[in-house]
Design a protein around this ligand. Structure first.
Ligand SMILES: [Zn+2]
Length: 340
């Protein structure tokens, strides 16, 4: 190294300058390297932070996914439980449907109808009306013939009235009949009648067939119900109330001989609609005012007996003859049977 001559200062040599320049260069390079290092370090730190953030984000997403998966599992479990419950309810519905089908297909037993109490044949009094359902199935039980006993109720009713001890007809020859008939209101009504024992069965058959044909007869009582004091006027009283009857120990109307009614061999049916008429002085006459509408036999009335109608036909079938076929008098109510 040399000295400045003026100042005396030492003048650096080239080597000094080279070393100095090299030192400066190294210093600059070192700074640059350090700067580069710091830059790379900063970048790395940033990347690490970013990676860390990314990792945390992933971890969070994983946690969220786990939570979501748990929720899904829970939902699936719940769904399975609900499906199981639905299956149980469907099974119950199926069982109920089966029970309903069985219940609907099983016939409901109808309540057993309480049979109407039957009316015993002997429990009916003449004039009683009765429902068909209250009668026994066997109707012949209500069409009966009985002997008349002197100590019985029937004899007490007729003794000294329609029946008197006489040389022509004995009490033993008569029968007390119980029958059923339809009245004018078409109700079933109990009736009574006394006839000769020799025609009793025929008369029962006649009235049974009239009943089966629902033929209407207003009433059938013994004439003794209308007893006036003698047989003839009693007959009139019975006719005036349109009563159907048979036995009455009396003379024939307008004569001195016994009527067939006195033998219990004749029956008068609905006498009002079927009057006793006769010709006198060229005119048709009748005895009862209530017969006026029925003297003309063309009148339209189901109780007017006409030849070949059901009433006529049944009596004829059992061997009776009809007073409506007589010339004069003509007795439209009257059927009688001659004994052979
Ligand atoms: Zn008669």
């Amino acid at each position: 190294m040399r000295r400045n001559r003026q100042t005396g200062w030492k003048i650096p040599t080239a080597a000094f300058w080279c070393v100095t320049a090299l030192a400066v260069l190294l210093t600059v390079l070192s700074g640059l390297l350090y700067l580069g290092y710091r830059l790379r370090s900063a970048e790395r730190d940033s990347a690490v932070r970013e990676a860390e953030e990314q990792r945390m984000l992933v971890a969070q997403e994983e946690a969220d996914a786990k939570t979501a998966k748990e929720a899904l599992n829970e939902a699936e479990t719940r769904n399975a439980e609900l499906e199981k419950r639905v299956d149980e309810l469907e099974t119950q519905v199926d069982e109920l449907n089966i029970r309903l089908t069985i219940a609907l297909s099983t016939p409901v037993p109808l309540p057993t109808p309480t049979p109407a109490p039957k009316t015993a044949p002997g429990a009916l009094s003449p004039g009683d009306t009765v429902q068909r359902e209250a009668l026994e199935e066997e109707l012949s039980l209500y069409f009966t013939a009985e002997t008349i006993e002197r100590d019985g109720d029937v004899f007490a009713r007729i003794n000294g009235k329609s029946y008197r001890d006489n040389p022509n007809i004995r009490l033993e020859d008569l029968r007390y009949l119980r029958i059923l008939h339809y009245n004018f209101d078409h109700e079933i009504q109990s009736g009574e009648m006394i006839v000769n024992r020799r025609i009793a069965d025929d008369v029962l058959n006649v009235f049974r067939e009239l009943f089966d044909a629902e033929y209407e007869i207003q009433s059938v009582f013994l004439v003794d119900n209308y007893w006036t004091g003698n047989g003839t006027s009693t007959d009139t009283a019975s006719i005036d109330v349109n009563n159907t009857s048979a036995f009455n120990y009396r003379e024939a109307t307008g004569s001195n001989h016994l009527s067939n009614h006195a033998y219990g061999l004749a029956i008068d049916i609905n006498p009002q609609q079927n009057p006793y008429v006769w010709y006198s002085g060229g005119r048709l006459r009748y005895a009862h005012d209530n017969a006026a509408p029925y003297v003309d036999r063309t009148v339209d009335d189901p109780h007017v007996i006409k030849k070949d109608d059901v009433c006529y036909s049944i009596f004829i079938k059992y061997g009776f003859t009809w007073g409506g076929n007589w010339k004069s008098p003509i007795d439209y109510q009257h059927f009688e049977k001659k004994l052979g």
